[in-house]
Design a protein around this ligand. Structure first.
Ligand code: COA
Length: 332
């Protein structure tokens, strides 16, 4: 079987910077609370006059293509991870395909929230390894800001989430690249972090905006304590699973790029794995939690800053709504 390798990475974030200071003018919150509990200083929120999930994904893709001296025409399949598509249907993959001017290539959407990018990478990895495709575009892109309750009622989620996009290109390779991916879920906790509507399982009249009175409608609902407790356990489990599957140990990791859920979660994992500050990449301070986009944005920035070198062992890990959690080990 062939190997698959990440040959390019890119990202794009909206220009519109939302500071903690700004949030404290529209809801009862403050900079100290946000920084202490989450590590976030600012995040980007979309500008409705220019940003869509698909066009941010296209900009991230073009950065990746340029860095690898590839063109749109080289792409023969798209895997698009998002839980905030531009339309309820069709999916974002086809919108990106149109945006990139590509004709008739397959496009698949993945809806696994914060673990979505690793799920998408895993699917693309299998397609490359079996020889089905040669150049796959894997994207994570989200616009969360329009599903946030930007009032004191929604402050436990409104301060956390941000918008952005990241993209990687996968191709076959002689040498190992993606060593393994590990995917998990536990749907018993689906409602601990979710957006209820537009859901389809209730009668039409109950789903009319004027009939809907509970706060979960169209907005992110999160039981922060539960999410935190499960996240720290599952992150560690799935990283150890990946190391064991490859007969490697935590000492072999050159760089851990965790999903940017909360700086305290990243710091907990860092301590458990006894990694130095240089061995864990965090950018949640600047972007907040961008769900499926967080890992590819972080990877792209880490690479641009020279923190990822040939032959390094890179570990990706994520946890989020579902609950879902996942990891990937990559020999760069
Ligand atoms: N500003 C100020 N106060 C806030 C606030 C905000 N933005 N959001 C909540 N609070 C208040 C609460 O109302 C509560 O007040 P009370 O004590 O008077 O009832 C107090 O702060 C503590 O709330 P709590 O939810 O217990 O805080 P916490 O320490 O658990 O931190 C999170 C909240 C959301 C930061 C934390 O639970 C967390 O990070 N969870 C994981 C979230 C995550 O990673 N999600 C993404 C998964 S992919």
């Amino acid at each position: 079987m062939r190997n698959s390798k990440i040959v390019a990475i890119g990202h794009h974030v909206p220009e519109n910077i939302i500071t903690n200071q700004y949030l404290s003018t529209v809801m009862d919150t403050n900079n100290d609370w946000i920084v202490e509990r989450t590590g976030i200083n600012e995040r980007r929120w979309m500008d409705p006059s220019k940003d869509t999930v698909a066009n941010m994904a296209a900009k991230a893709t073009r950065m990746a293509l340029e860095r690898a001296k590839l063109t749109e025409k080289d792409i023969d399949f798209i895997v698009f991870a998002t839980i905030t598509p531009d339309y309820f249907f069709p999916g974002s993959g086809v919108l990106l395909q149109r945006e990139l001017g590509l004709e008739s290539i397959g496009a698949l959407d993945i809806r696994n929230a914060c673990s979505g990018f690793i799920y998408a990478l895993s699917v693309a990895d299998q397609f490359i390894k079996t020889g089905m495709y040669k150049t796959i575009l894997v994207v994570g892109a989200e616009i969360q800001s329009t599903a946030l309750d930007i009032t004191t009622r929604g402050r436990n989620t409104a301060v956390i989430f941000g918008d952005g996009a990241g993209a990687v290109i996968l191709q076959p390779s002689d040498k190992p690249g993606i060593l393994s991916t590990h995917l998990h879920s536990d749907g018993r906790f689906a409602e601990e972090l979710y957006v209820k509507d537009p859901g389809s399982s209730r009668p039409h009249q109950e789903r009319q905006p004027e009939q809907i009175t509970d706060t979960s409608t169209f907005k992110v609902v999160m039981n922060g304590n539960q999410v935190f407790k499960h996240a720290v356990v599952r992150f560690m489990e799935v990283i150890n699973e990946a190391l064991e599957a490859n007969n490697l140990s935590k000492e072999d990791i050159n760089l851990l790029v965790p999903h940017q859920a909360n700086l305290r979660i990243s710091q907990y994992i860092q301590e458990k794995l006894a990694l130095s500050n240089d061995q864990v990449y965090n950018n949640i301070m600047r972007y907040g939690n961008t769900t499926a986009a967080s890992i590819p944005i972080a990877l792209s920035e880490a690479w641009a800053e020279g923190k990822i070198k040939e032959n390094d062992l890179i570990c990706l890990a994520a946890f989020g709504s579902g609950f879902t959690w996942a990891s990937a080990l990559i020999r760069w």
